[in-house]
Design a protein. Sequence first.
Lengths: 322, 78
Amino acid sequence: MINVLKPGLSTTVQDLGRPGYYHIGIPTSGGMDTLSLAAANLLVGNDAGAAVLEVVFLGPELEFTADAMVAVTGADLPPKVDGVEQAGWTAFRVNKGQVLSFGYLKKGARAYIAVSGGIDVPVVLGSRSTYTLGALGGYLGRKLAAGDVLPVGASAADGEGRAVPYHLRRMPGAPAELRMLPGLYWHRITEEAGATFFEDTWKVAPEADRIGYRFKAGRPLDFVPRTPPFGAGSDPSNIVDACYPYGSVQVPSGTEPIVLHRDAVSGGGYMMIGTVVSADMDLIGQLQPHTPTRFVKVTMDQAIFARADRRNTLRAIAAALA
Amino acid sequence: MSKQILSPLPGTFYSKPAPDQPQFKSVGDAVAVGDVIGLIEVMKSFHEVVADQAGTITAFAAEDEEPVMAGQALIELS
């Protein structure tokens, strides 16, 4: 078991998510950066989809009541065992009675702590992921608090020192670039607005979270004039309510784009100008507030190629650790 | 020797509890361990920055409403 001494800012249990219920309003949840999440699991000998802890910005303090192999991937949030710094993206041992803590965040936004055996909270609708808004899954449906006791699955706890090769540790560049496929409502904005959207460098707004990432500082988008259809609101960005895909980019009133992420609502009345390709959703999970970000227009073929490329990266990580 | 209080989080730094209120601390003020010296806004909530060292404030290293990174100095102490 693991005793939570300090919880960090917003530490939750996450796995690869809970697909299949979005149509009834339950989002996929799961890690914001599932590539890093899977890598952490593979480092400690778990299945890629075992439950881990997702840490945002500020690390927790965790006391282990049994020996375990641990790996921390994703953001550069230096792990320490009884105060001694450990390498990221590398399996290290934590012995019974030792405390895992963290230094200041150096890069990225979310770190993944995998523990050999996995975090063994109950499976809810096929997943151990936490959906905090719905108080579903994870540890009592909420972020961790001091005094919580996390169950850990049985494991061999071996593989100490294994590391993910540097070139397979995927993190956003500067500026971050998010590939986006224009979508169903692209026609609602003017040609000029479509051009400035991709030209401008946006900045991550401080309120960005697991529900969605909001971006500021780009030029507002102008709309093509219309008579609002029956059922749509009067704002030019309103549509007749529609399903919101994971990764869709809505721009309420044309001012601040929001990319819906793992805990998003499943539908509503804002037009979506496109969708960030699935391969780049991991990168969004690593964006700190104020990070300069550009959207890069891609075709469906490029999006599918990007998805295959991401899958190959995960296979290469698995092969390197096998 | 100069000491610093660092931001534990990335976000927006506020030196006041609210726009119409005075600063938590000003240059020349004494700071004790556990004192609140500012707020960081991130992910739709405000988090208190608590001093982990004692001293006297010699300067602010970050302005009110300025974007800050985790580990960035907010206040210089003597």
